[in-house]
Each structure stands twice: as structure tokens, then as C-alpha cells.
Write a protein that binds this ligand. Structure first.
Ligand code: HTL
Ligand code: MG
Length: 621
């Protein structure tokens, strides 16, 4: 039997359906999303929660002429299916397949390219200003989650939107969750709005079921046209959106698709900015995901009928970091852990339970995470900011201006450094070295395993001053103990040879594999990117005909660049330097091992380069 989705190639096909079929469209969308995500690849719970609001937006708006923006873009799977990408939907996040987020180059219906949070409102503002400057009149609707609204960018953009008064609709998708429970005063305020709304509704409508606040709100919408203050709002005096001169409507049931169609069609053409506050359930329609949205934010492969997941190994780098920090914090009462909304991903769940009074989740606000670290350090603490490489990009100035100038002892545990795989170009952690390497006072270390990570953490605490310790996504064997690591020292894993390879973390593994059967090749664990071990470098450069640097980072500005600069400064000639790293272009999503192979930094690629450098070696491993 043909399904409704079979009839929908474009949003126009959806708009042609009678309104009473929309619930069924939502049902079919959920089935497809669950089926594809059960293959172990996708942002399931967020996408399930946004189905009705996406259907309603496309039912009312006329994309791609009208623009629909999604913050982060991880909740937009229904949007992808409804906008001509259903046939490729199963390829999402796989190499060569659809991106897991919205992407301008992927579809005319994707209004922005995204993956990091809190950017949609400034994008929408800019688009509205551009539209108005060109005398155009398309409509703009921007969807943002409650988590993403904790970011400074989103709040600063709201401030401007209220000031500039562009015509646009903001849909606040409030599910009370970021990846973990949402935080912040605004979030707390939104809870009171919901509770007050509930009581008011019950009072006003008395006999009606609580779930239908449709008609009273409908009456109020008529009034709204004449008076911006005409809305019934449970907390009208204090409403911060209204205080910024943004018309506020809500909270409304974000799973009542017909109600949403009605409201959006009324609100979208109003003058000035309007914020529609919809309440949704993360994981909606899948009981086990609704019950545990944290686990189902981005689950591994699972059985859709039972919700059974293949057990995940807990020997990740993140886990090793979290466990080490728990132990260190037991010994040192100055340690304080900070996460910008990444408690799970950064391995800080158990830490947050063991040391709840020396832990803070600042929301999706990396800038605030870093500068809160600066403040803690000024207060005599030893803050440790657990942060993904890609998200640290957001806080480069805070590292420089708030931490490094005064040489404050803030430690950055930089997770997911290097290519990350399925999340793609927005999430690869490949810029941290070039962004951080020029910052005075800051040390940058890259452990080869969990044991070295522990030694570096301990060494960083003992040393004082800012330190970034970067490690990749994935697993490493668990370790205990605290090795003494001389700060800034490299480790000769094999003595310098005719050719010597310099690598760290993941590429060190590749190098070891590449030369396992090749005696005579030197190998250095270049575990400090800053300061460099100049003595070791000079020794290797004098002894070797070729130095090969291999790194899981942009070639521009990485270790290879640092070595080239140092060799020039040391005026050591006669030694050729080969730099293997990521090319000067953005790399899409795919399996990390495959992306590494294509970028020419894996074991096979190293082997090939050895042959090119004249080392007598069979190329294939
Ligand atoms: N920091 C930044 C700047 N961007 C992103 N994307 C993250 C961290 C990581 N992250 C996500 S999704 C997400 C975070 C923190 C939660 C967003 O919560 P929101 O949406 O309430 O906006 P919800 O999931 O539907 O509840 C990804 O990297 C995908
Ligand atoms: Mg949310």
C-alpha cells in the first residue's frame, strides 16, 4: 500500500494534503526516522520531538522561497524527508550520504549550514535584514531548542531582533533538555511559564481537557493584531522575550500538529518578530526514548522493537579523563570541573556525582565555560574545562584574553581532537593546534594513551599556567598510576634513523603499524606541540635524512608547521621535512579510518611516503 510519504516529493505535495491527514504523515515520518536511526547513526530523540512542528512549518510556509532555519540542525530529519531527500535518507551521516545537519550545499531547502548551536537567530536576523534591504517579502521561520537558547550568541541575537523588529517567526522548541537536562535561569523561567499556563488554562477552560488550549489562544490571537500586549501570558509582566519587544505566544503543545498549523499561519505574517514557545517531548513516540532522552540523543545501533542496544565499551578517552579527574579532585580540593553542556560526551557523568560541589554545566556556552574557568583560577581554584576541540573554537578569545594573558592555571581537556567521523565538517576537531599554538603562556600536550593523559593532567596541575591536553574520539586502554612526564619532552620510541617519523596520539598508532617490520626508521612520540622539544628535534634532524610529521589536524598551523618553523630558526639544513596532515579544505562526514586514508595520514599512506623517500619497503602492508 502506498504511504502518504510516497506522495510527498516536495513540501508542495504536503501542502496539497487535507489537514486531517497530517497526523498520519507525522506517524510515517517517525517510523522512517526510527528505522534509519536504529542502524546506529543519528540524532534520534531530538528529531522525533520536532516532527509535528516541522510538518506544520512546511504545511504553512512555502520553502524554499520562504526560509526555515534550524538551530544545530540535528532535529531536522523530518525536514530532510519532506524536502526531496527521502530516497537518500538512509544514507544520512554515512560517507557520501546526507549530512546529519542542514547544509546549504545539500538542498535549496536548507537555509543555513549548521552543526554548532545558537547560530540560527543571528542568521535569521541577517537574512531578514538582507531581504528587507532588497525589497523582498519572503517569510522566515527559525527553530531553536531550549538548550541552544542558553548560548550567548542566541541571546545576543534576540537582543538585536527585539531592537531591529524584523518580520520573523522564532519557534522555541522547548523539551527541557539539552543533551542532558537543560540548565540556566531562563530554562527555569520557562518551567514556571509551563506550570502557570497549565493552571491558567485549567481555570479558564475548566471543563476542557488540559491538553487543548487551542481556542482561548485563538481568540487572543485576533486581539494580538491590534495590540502587541494582547496575549494571554501567564507571566506577562516578567516575560523576558516581551521585555525585549518580541511578541511572545505560548507555551503550546508542540505535538498538536493542527494547532501548530493554525498558530503558525496566524503568526507568520504579523509585523515584527514573534516567538512561539512550543513544548515538546524529546524522543516523542518511542516510549523508551521518551523515558531516557539522554541515552537516546544519539544512540548506537538498536533494536527498534525492544530498544535493546549493543553494549558500549566504556574505555573511551573521555572516560579515562573523567576517571583521572575524579581521583585528582579527591587529592586536591582546588579542582573544579566545567562543561559547556557536554557532561556525557566529555566523560564527566561520574565526576558530577562524586564531586557535585566542584562541578558546573554552564549550558551551550563555551565562552562562558572558559572565562568561568579564569574566574575560578583567580579565586584560587584549579579549573578543568572539558571541551570538544570543535567547540573550543568558539572560545579562542577567552583562552587568549581571559586566561593566557595572566598565565592563569586553567586546564583544557580537549576531547574529540582530529577527525570525528559521522558529524562531519562542522564537528571535526582539526583547528585547535593552529588556533592555540600562537598563544603565549599556553602549553599544548597530546597523550599517546590513558597513562600519559594521566601524567599530563597531573603535570599540568603541578605546573600552573594554562594547558591544553588534546586527545581523539574513540577508545584507549584504561590505565592507573601517574607517570612523571618532563614538561615539554618528546619520547624516542625508536632512536632516530635515516628517516624519523614524528607523530602523536592517533597518528602515532598509525606510524607504529607502518614501521612494525621496518628496523632503521626512527619514531618520536611528539607529545608536546608546545613547547616543542627542540633538543630532541635537533638531534633527530641532524641524524636523519628525512623527517616525516604525521598529524590528525590541518597541515596549516599544526605540528608540521611548528617543526618547519623550528628547523628554520635552528638553521638546521640538509634534512628534508615531509608534512602529512589534513588538506586545506573542509572534510565531510564518513568513517574516521576511511577519512584518514583519503587524507593520506594512515599507516598505508605513511608506508607509501617511506617508499617515495627512497626507503626500500614493500608499499602494501
Ligand atoms: N556546543 C555547540 C556550540 N554546539 C553543539 N552542537 C554542541 C555543543 C553539542 N550539542 C549537539 S545537540 C546539543 C548539544 C549541546 C543539545 C541541543 O539542545 P537543544 O536541542 O535543546 O537545542 P534538543 O537536542 O532537541 O533538545 C550536537 O552537537 C548535535
Ligand atoms: Mg532541548
Amino acid at each position: 500500500m502506498p504511504t502518504l510519504l510516497d506522495q510527498i516529493q516536495q513540501p508542495a505535495d504536503l501542502k496539497a494534503l487535507p489537514e486531517d491527514l497530517l497526523n498520519h504523515v507525522c506517524l510515517e515520518l517517525r517510523q522512517e526516522i526510527i528505522r534509519v536511526c536504529s542502524e546506529g547513526n543519528g540524532h534520534l530523540a531530538s528529531s522525533l520531538g520536532a516532527v509535528e512542528l516541522i510538518v506544520a512549518l512546511h504545511y504553512v510556509l512555502n520553502s524554499p522561497i520562504d526560509k526555515v532555519l534550524f538551530d544545530v540542525g540535528h532535529q531536522a530529519y523530518a525536514h530532510k524527508i519532506l524536502t526531496g531527500r527521502r530516497d537518500r535518507f538512509a544514507t544520512i551521516r554515512k560517507e557520501g550520504g546526507l549530512s546529519g545537519f542542514t547544509k546549504v550545499s545539500e538542498s535549496p531547502h536548507d537555509a543555513i549550514t549548521v552543526g554548532h548551536a545558537s547560530t540560527s537567530l543571528a542568521n535569521a536576523l541577517g537574512m531578514a535584514l538582507g531581504r528587507d534591504a532588497l525589497g523582498q517579502s519572503y517569510r522566515i521561520a527559525s527553530v531553536i531548542g531550549d538548550g541552544s537558547l542558553t548560548g550567548g550568541m542566541a541571546l545576543a541575537a534576540l537582543n538585536q531582533i527585539g531592537f531591529q523588529q524584523p518580520n520573523m517567526l522564532i519557534v522555541l522548541n522547548d523539551n527541557e533538555m539539552s543533551i542532558s537536562e537543560n540548565v540556566g535561569a531562563l530554562n527555569r523561567y520557562m518551567r514556571t511559564l509551563q506550570v502557570q499556563r497549565w493552571f491558567q488554562d485549567a481555570e479558564d477552560v475548566g471543563k476542557r481537557a488540559v491538553s487543548s488550549f487551542s481556542r482561548p489562544l485563538a481568540q487572543l490571537l485576533t486581539r494580538a493584531k491590534t495590540s502587541a500586549r494582547g496575549f494571554l501570558d501567564p507571566a506577562s509582566v516578567n516575560n523576558p522575550f516581551r521585555a525585549m519587544n518580541i511578541r511572545y505566544v505560548g507555551p503550546v503543545d508542540g505535538h498538536d500538529v493542527r494547532e501548530l498549523v493554525y498558530l503558525i499561519s496566524k503568526l507568520i505574517d504579523l509585523e515584527g518578530p514573534t516567538l512561539l514557545h512550543v513544548v515538546t517531548k524529546k524522543g516523542k513516540g518511542l516510549a523508551y526514548a521518551e523515558a531516557n532522552p539522554v541515552q537516546w540523543h544519539s544512540p548506537p545501533k538498536f533494536d527498534p522493537d525492544t530498544g535493546k542496544v549493543s553494549p558500549k565499551a566504556s574505555n573511551s578517552w573521555s572516560h579515562a579523563f573523567g576517571e583521572a579527574l575524579i581521583e585528582l579532585a579527591l587529592q586536591d580540593p582546588r579542582i573544579y570541573a566545567i562543561t559547556p553542556a557536554m557532561r556525557e560526551g566529555s566523560g564527566l557523568v561520574r565526576y558530577s556525582q562524586v564531586h557535585p560541589h566542584r562541578y558546573i554545566d554552564v549550558g551551550i556556552a563555551e565562552d562562558v565555560a572558559v572565562t568561568t574557568g579564569a574566574g575560578l583560577a583567580l579565586a584560587g581554584m584549579r579549573p578543568v574545562v572539558g571541551i570538544y576541540s570543535t567547540f573550543l573554537q568558539r572560545a579562542t578569545d577567552q583562552v587568549i584574553h581571559d586566561v593566557a594573558i595572566e598565565n592563569l592555571p586553567v586546564i583544557f581537556a580537549v576531547d574529540r581532537a582530529g577527525l570525528v567521523g559521522a558529524d562531519g565538517a562542522t564537528h571535526h576537531g582539526v583547528f585547535d593546534l593552529s588556533l592555540l599554538r600562537s598563544v603565549p603562556n599556553l602549553s599544548i600536550a597530546a597523550p599517546k594513551d590513558a597513562f600519559e593523559l594521566r601524567g599530563m593532567l597531573k603535570g599540568a596541575l603541578a605546573r600552573g599556567g594554562p594547558v591544553a591536553i588534546r586527545y581523539p574520539r574513540g577508545n584507549t586502554a584504561p590505565a592507573s598510576g601517574w607517570p612523571e612526564i618532563t614538561w615539554g619532552s618528546w619520547e624516542f620510541l625508536r632512536p632516530a634513523g635515516e628517516i624519523t617519523i614524528l607523530a602523536f596520539s592517533k597518528t602515532l598508532e598509525y606510524a607504529e603499524k607502518a614501521i612494525a617490520d621496518l628496523p632503521g626508521i626512527g619514531l618520536i612520540n611528539a607529545r608536546f606541540i608546545k613547547p616543542l622539544d627542540l633538543e630532541a628535534l635537533a638531534a633527530a634532524a641532524r641524524r636523519s635524512r628525512v623527517l616525516i610529521v604525521v598529524e590528525d589536524h590541518q597541515r596549516a598551523g599544526g605540528l608540521g608547521g611548528a617543526v618547519a618553523e623550528a628547523l628554520a630558526d635552528l638553521a638546521i639544513g640538509g634534512c628534508r621535512l615531509v608534512r602529512l596532515g589534513l588538506p586545506d579544505r573542509f572534510i565531510d562526514h564518513g568513517e574516521v579510518s576511511s577519512l584518514h586514508a583519503q587524507a593520506g595520514i594512515d599507516a598505508q599512506a605513511i608506508r607509501t611516503v617511506l617508499a617515495e623517500c627512497g626507503f626500500p619497503v614493500p608499499v602494501d602492508i
